[in-house]
Design a protein around this ligand. Structure first.
Ligand SMILES: NC(=O)c1ccc[n+]([C@@H]2O[C@H](COP(=O)([O-])OP(=O)(O)OC[C@H]3O[C@@H](n4cnc5c(N)ncnc54)[C@H](OP(=O)(O)O)[C@@H]3O)[C@@H](O)[C@H]2O)c1
Length: 322
């Protein structure tokens, strides 16, 4: 099969397309013929050598895809050859074929086509598992998501708004802020020009914060929480080591969580995907939540796609068609 391979670690130009051995479905897996995959920040980190795949996962980059079932591994039930699906992956998405644990395969939510569906698994599973399963964002609560114009942000804004939360967000340009408002953010703050902590605090603070910045925003996020607030850190774009003021957290009876999706046990990922299909796909079917796709490029242009993401030149997701 053809796949994107990395010739060592480094900048986007280490990526190229090459012939590699076909992926094979093991017991409990489904072999998917990939129609499209999408780019994630973690892919760029893996390319640079900072985020190796968990044990047993494909060495090929790619955390999500859509496609058609090509074959079933031993003991795999619930799917048939020819079915269309999208999938959450621990790796292997930038290829013509990928083996997927059956619990991570999800139907393509109507009315999306396969290209759009490739932009959903990672953001849907990340936002649902962190904002709703873990932090328990409720109707009427206030929700702050940083990086509102990114893949995670564009999805989180819509899902939280559709479930009745008041959404606040940060982004780095007027164009990005406008998109965030159009997707349902009531308050959109240009973090380059305004003190976002002050704006959030003036509005009463946030019950739940989904953070991509890590260390740089740790203290500021705690300051922006309301009493009983929950901060969930999913990214470290602003550094790994920060100082946590436990006094401030304790006074608010707040909590700080940090999670990653990729290395979780299969049962946990299957449980998350099942909830996504049950809770999120109906909102997609109703048109209340949609994938925001900045651009679609052929797989052979993976290097250009990585560069675009690293320059933050995108709004929403970057999709690669196979
Ligand atoms: N833990 C997990 O399981 C998990 C799963 C998926 C994703 N993630 C992480 O979640 C983060 C977002 O992923 P993504 O796919 O949405 O990436 P993305 O599309 O690149 O979005 C990141 C956004 O952050 C914005 N940003 C950069 N600096 C900022 C700052 N100081 N304040 C506010 N926004 C800022 C960027 O644009 P502007 O600066 O122009 O606004 C960009 O829109 C990444 O760090 C990723 O690794 C974690």
């Amino acid at each position: 099969m053809r796949a994107v391979v990395a010739n060592g670690t480094g900048g986007p130009d280490v990526l190229s397309v090459a012939e590699v051995p076909d992926a094979v479905a093991g017991p409990g897996e489904v072999l998917l013929r990939v129609h499209a995959t999408a780019v994630n920040r973690a892919d760029t980190l893996q390319r640079q050598g900072f985020y190796p795949p968990p044990p047993g996962a494909s060495e090929i980059i790619g955390l999500e895809c859509s496609g058609t079932v090509e074959a079933l591994g031993e003991g795999t039930t619930g799917w048939q050859v020819g079915d269309q699906a999208c999938a959450l992956l621990a790796g292997g998405g930038y290829a013509e074929l990928v083996a997927v644990p059956v619990g991570q395969l999800m139907p393509v939510p109507a009315p999306l086509d396969l290209t759009e569906a490739a932009a959903l698994p990672e953001v849907a599973a990340t936002v649902w598992s962190n904002v709703f399963m873990l932090a328990g964002l409720g109707e009427g609560e206030s929700f702050l998501v940083h990086g509102g114009a990114g893949g995670i942000g564009t999805f989180a804004i819509q899902l939280a708004a559709a479930r009745g939360a008041r959404v606040l967000t940060t982004a780095g340009s007027e164009e990005k802020l406008a998109t965030c408002r159009e997707l349902g953010a009531e308050v959109a703050i240009n973090y380059r020009e305004q003190d976002w902590t002050e704006v959030v605090r003036e509005g009463g603070g946030a019950d739940v914060i989904l953070d991509n910045m890590g260390a740089k925003y740790l203290g500021l996020n705690v300051a922006a929480l309301r009493t009983g607030g929950r901060l969930v850190v999913i990214g470290m774009q602003g550094g790994v080591k920060g100082e946590l003021n436990l006094g401030a957290l304790l006074a608010k009876r707040g909590s700080v969580h940090a999670t990653s999706l990729r290395a979780r046990p299969l049962e946990e990922k299957a449980a998350i995907c099942a909830e996504v299909v049950e809770q999120v796909w109906p909102l997609v079917a109703e048109g209340r939540v949609r994938p925001v796709v900045h651009t679609t490029m052929p797989l052979a242009e993976a290097a250009r796609a990585h560069q675009l993401m690293e320059e933050s030149g995108h709004i929403g997701k970057i999709v690669l068609t196979v």
